[in-house]
Design a protein around this ligand. Structure first.
Ligand SMILES: Nc1ncnc2c1ncn2[C@@H]1O[C@H](COP(=O)(O)OP(=O)(O)OP(=O)(O)O)[C@@H](O)[C@H]1O
Ligand SMILES: [Mg+2]
Length: 352
């Protein structure tokens, strides 16, 4: 009889307090001693008075009796191994907070001003309206726009201490958890960072946050394709990205940069799709009319060229801009702007 065979029997001993994981998977089998006609298993417990100790000793004994040859002497002992608490070491601390987040998706664009933040904020609200648990981290440390777009400027995230580490609680509104460096700066104050500081601040906005359980964590990435993006994607378990563009021909070069970045060896992340923003202009008084002021079919052409699906087309409507400035995202409305974001959210869910 070998130790791995004994471990196989012990896989059948489930810990009812730990989602029915086995004592082997939980690392509770401290040692297995095998002698002639004798086996002794030592189970480790993190604390002295684990209420399940007796139950687990009994279950382990039963599993061994069932599987060992008759007449084998069976002993089950216990040992206390207190869990060593990790010492606070700064940034990396909050990382495990992300283990409760199912999908981390970056919202990116090759260049600034195409409506990336507008799409990110409204996609978050639309996903929340569809019943998902959603968070959004504003990773644009140079020009954070989430506080304004959500009407949460002036609010300050609470900082809590948990197991010796400091975590920020996101601001909750519209059913979404928001975090932005903008909450820590006076309104209108320019944020000037030197390289590594910017990267650290940005990582903090994502990693040192008590997100809790989330279906989707969206990251509004800074515009462009620089070092900061590479660090961001490498240090954060980002699953995939969405690229936002406008329909003009000139946008193609920027989208190419964005696509190349995500497909590069260093980053290598899935691109869920392209979102074409400002696809057409629709005046409020003529909601059925579409004016293709930036040209027609640009998004589709890019989608074909890169082999990436076009997952959303957002019209240029005055209300999207006004709602952004007023802090009430368009995705809350029932008009064509709200519909466009709800459709985008549904598509993102199906693609994921
Ligand atoms: N579909 C739209 N209809 C009307 N206005 C829009 C639309 N999309 C974006 N805007 C407006 O355009 C401006 C730029 O949008 P936004 O801030 O979302 O772009 P961005 O790509 O995040 O910019 P930056 O690169 O500065 O982060 C904002 O004032 C926004 O309200
Ligand atoms: Mg932005």
């Amino acid at each position: 009889m070998k130790e791995n065979e004994i471990n196989k029997f012990l896989l059948g001993v489930k810990h009812p307090g730990k989602g029915d994981k086995s004592i082997v998977e939980l690392g509770m089998v401290d040692s297995v001693e095998i002698g002639e006609n004798r086996v002794c298993v030592t189970l480790s417990f993190p604390r002295r008075k684990d209420p399940l100790t007796d139950y687990l000793i009994g279950a382990t004994r039963a599993a061994l009796y069932q599987n060992m040859p008759e007449g084998t002497e069976i002993e089950v002992k216990t040992v206390i191994r207190e869990e060593s608490k990790p010492k606070p070491t700064g940034l990396a601390l909050g990382v495990e907070e992300l283990t409760n987040v199912s999908h981390i998706i970056g919202i990116a664009s090759g260049k600034g001003g195409v409506g990336k933040s507008t799409v990110a904020v409204n996609l978050a609200v639309a996903l929340a309206r569809q019943g998902f648990r959603v968070g959004l981290a504003d990773a644009d440390v140079y020009g954070p726009s989430v506080p304004l777009m959500t009407g949460t400027e002036g609010r300050t995230p609470e900082v809590i201490e948990e197991d010796g580490k400091q975590l920020m609680l996101p601001i909750e509104k519209f059913g979404v958890k928001w975090m932005s460096i903008g909450y820590f700066a006076a309104p209108g104050q320019a944020l000037i960072w030197r390289g590594p500081m910017a990267t650290n601040a940005l990582k903090q906005m994502i990693l040192q946050v008590r997100w809790g359980v989330l279906d989707y964590l969206l990251i509004d990435m800074p515009p462009g394709t620089g070092d900061i993006h590479i660090t961001l994607v490498q240090d954060i378990p980002m699953e995939a990205a969405i690229i936002v563009t406008t329909p003009q021909n000139v946008a193609l070069a920027d989208v190419t940069k964005g696509v190349d970045m995500f497909r590069s060896e260093k980053i290598n992340r899935r691109i869920i799709g392209l979102v074409e923003n400002m696809s057409w202009f629709t005046p409020a008084e003529l909601p059925e009319n579409k004016y293709f002021i930036f040209g027609k079919g640009g998004g589709e052409a890019m989608s074909r060229q890169f082999g990436i699906p076009l997952i959303g087309q957002i019209p240029l409507v005055q209300s999207i801009c006004e709602d952004g400035d007023a802090g009430t995202p368009a995705a809350l409305s029932s008009g064509p702007d709200g519909e466009a974001f709800l459709a985008l959210a549904a598509r993102v869910v199906s693609e994921i």
